[in-house]
Design a binder for this molecule. Structure first.
Ligand SMILES: [Zn+2]
Ligand SMILES: [Zn+2]
Length: 576
């Protein structure tokens, strides 16, 4: 049993490792190793502030400090308090940081300096330092406890100090250190109700929108990704990240709109990836509601994106702009009524509905969704009342939605498969697809569908499309139970015919086998099993007829199994 002559007092917020260093020093141990070897412990573990239960008991025996109090000074405390995920991500174990003012005054290491989210010393409003200013190398605990860098001998207390006065940076740290790390939840503002784990998840989610931006608070430094594995600690970056997240929510949603401005400039696939990642992190967490709000804002199409959407609507591409006053042909009513307040132009209707282009409007009219009226003097109007009713009916009810596909998203995704706006509206009309509005009020830009429902509609749509035309080769293989070579051989002989059609995606031609020809083929050419059943004879009997040359193989050299012509077989069997 280790005996000590001097038992120092535990200092406020001190880490256990720091205390052990001071204990060894007070009792004139030559080195830490000599003390630790008595406890079967390594310096590496001490650097991480990790202690086994038996060592905790030894320390309790020596110092008389209660075991629970000792445990609270070790890194395990963070694991017990905030969980495994927190411990792995946010407790730094391979390097150290410190407040130069604290260190020069008291010469001990604080437990909270081991946390990535703790970035400022609130007592001194100084940025914690995470590297030796002499040689830029990582700081070790042993170095900190002796006061000088193990690499170059730089005195840590002599380091240049960086005062942090930006209110967002300081406030975010106050919330983190004084509330969240004390196991309290945030009490007010948009972040109300979040605990430490919720806040950190939210911060990581938000990092996907913030990274690459210049910081919105403090100095204009570029914000880096929040959490990267195996990357050296960057305390200043951590400080700015949490400061920026705090800033987003201190004035919500004004500030996130500033982030959105830059976010909108990104290519779509980056945006999509970022939104997905953010969503993944925050799912099943307290912060998912907040993130949902951000998501909704960021995912909303901008004017620029609406312009893009215009490009992708296929009918607009193909259709030449018509020069007549009215391009709508059907569903036009001629009236002698006077123009009144209910009359609106197609352009006005477009803006109410959130639809771009008169041509699109004309298609909607042609398809019978709305009536266009011709008033005297060749003026054309829609009824505002009818337009509003149409909007109500086809945009569905308000519902908050966190996954699904938007109206324009659907058009974009399936436009090349032949989905047009009118077709999409028809799905709704036929009650195959239920629209929801993600915003109260709102128009078609706020409409969202359940992805699976839309997929089902599209599958039905494909089926109808191809039923008329014929079979693909793979469908034919299954249908005739033949292999590729047989099909090719049949085609060469002209027994079945194929034609080329545009594929679903329109980007290549696809071979389609005419349905009628295939049906005729199936009726005429049958295998022995089918023939036996049809004419009520045994398969063996048929085989014998073929072997004896009475019945002929219908497709010799093409099929592996015997195929006979139904007419020939009938003639033979019925006459005999
Ligand atoms: Zn300090
Ligand atoms: Zn150094």
């Amino acid at each position: 049993m280790t005996k000590m002559n001097v038992i120092p007092e535990v200092k406020s917020g001190e880490s256990l490792a720091s205390y052990i260093y001071r204990l060894a020093e007070a009792n004139f141990y030559v080195s830490m190793e000599s003390l630790l070897s008595e406890w079967k412990m390594r310096v590496r573990q001490l650097e991480k502030n990790v202690f086994t239960d038996s060592v905790l008991e030894i320390i309790m025996g020596i110092t008389g400090v209660e075991k629970n109090s000792i445990r609270q000074m070790s890194s395990q405390y963070f694991r017990c308090q905030f969980g495994d995920g927190f411990y792995k991500k946010y407790v730094i174990r391979n390097q150290h940081k410190y407040c130069p003012e604290c260190l020069s005054q008291h010469a001990y290491h604080k437990h909270d300096w081991m946390l990535e989210p703790v970035t400022i010393c609130l007592d001194h409003e100084l940025l914690l330092l995470d590297a030796c200013q002499g040689c830029q190398s990582k700081i070790t605990l042993r170095g900190l406890m002796t006061g000088a860098c193990e690499g170059c001998g730089f005195y840590f207390s002599a380091a240049n100090k960086e005062k942090i006065s930006d209110p967002f940076l300081v406030e975010s740290q106050k919330i983190l250190q004084n509330q969240l790390l004390n196991n309290e939840i945030i009490k007010k503002g948009a972040l109300k109700g979040l605990d430490i784990v919720g806040f950190l998840k939210l911060a990581r989610s938000c990092s996907y929108f913030l990274q690459g931006n210049l910081s919105f608070v403090g100095k204009p430094i570029v914000i880096e990704p929040f959490y990267k594995k195996n990357v050296t600690l960057n305390n200043e970056m951590s400080c700015y990240k949490y400061g920026n997240v705090y800033w987003i929510f201190i004035d919500f949603p004004i500030n996130i709109k500033k982030v959105k401005k830059n976010f909108d400039q990104l290519p779509n696939r980056y945006k999509h990836a970022k939104l997905q990642m953010a969503k993944k992190i925050s799912s099943n967490s307290d912060c998912s509601v907040l993130l949902g709000k951000i998501y909704e804002l960021l995912d909303k199409p901008t004017k620029a994106r609406v312009k893009q959407t215009k490009k992708i609507i296929p009918v607009l591409k193909k259709q030449r702009k018509q020069k007549q006053a009215c391009a709508a042909k059907d569903n036009v009513v001629i009236t002698n009524d006077l123009v009144d307040q209910d009359c609106i132009t197609r352009e006005e209707a477009c803006s109410i509905l959130g639809i771009i282009g008169k041509e699109q409007m004309n298609r909607i009219i042609d398809s019978g969704f709305l009536i266009l009226r011709k008033y005297p003097k060749g003026r054309w109007f829609l009824s505002k009342n009818e337009v509003v009713n149409f909007l109500e009916k086809y945009t569905g009810e308000y519902k908050s939605f966190d996954n699904g596909i938007t109206f324009y998203g659907a058009l974009k995704k399936y436009s090349q498969s032949g989905l047009s706006m009118v077709r999409l509206l028809s799905f709704i009309r036929e009650s195959k697809l239920e629209p929801f509005r993600i915003k109260k009020g709102g128009n078609f830009t706020d409409v969202i569908f359940q992805s699976c429902e839309l997929k089902r509609c599209m599958n039905d749509f494909y089926k109808i499309k191809y039923e008329r035309k014929g079979y693909t080769k793979s469908e034919l293989l299954k249908l005739l139970r033949m292999d590729f070579f047989t099909i090719d051989a049949l085609e060469k002989r002209g027994v079945i015919k194929a034609s080329f059609e545009k594929s679903k995606l329109g980007n290549r031609k696809i071979k389609m086998y005419d349905k009628k020809t295939i049906e005729d083929f199936q009726k005429r050419y049958i295998d022995l099993k089918q023939a036996a059943a049809l004419f009520n004879v045994t398969i063996l009997h048929l085989r014998k007829l073929i072997w004896s040359g009475v019945l002929h193989e219908a497709l010799p050299g093409i099929t592996k199994k015997y195929i006979v012509d139904v007419n020939e077989t009938r003639a033979l069997l019925v006459s005999s």
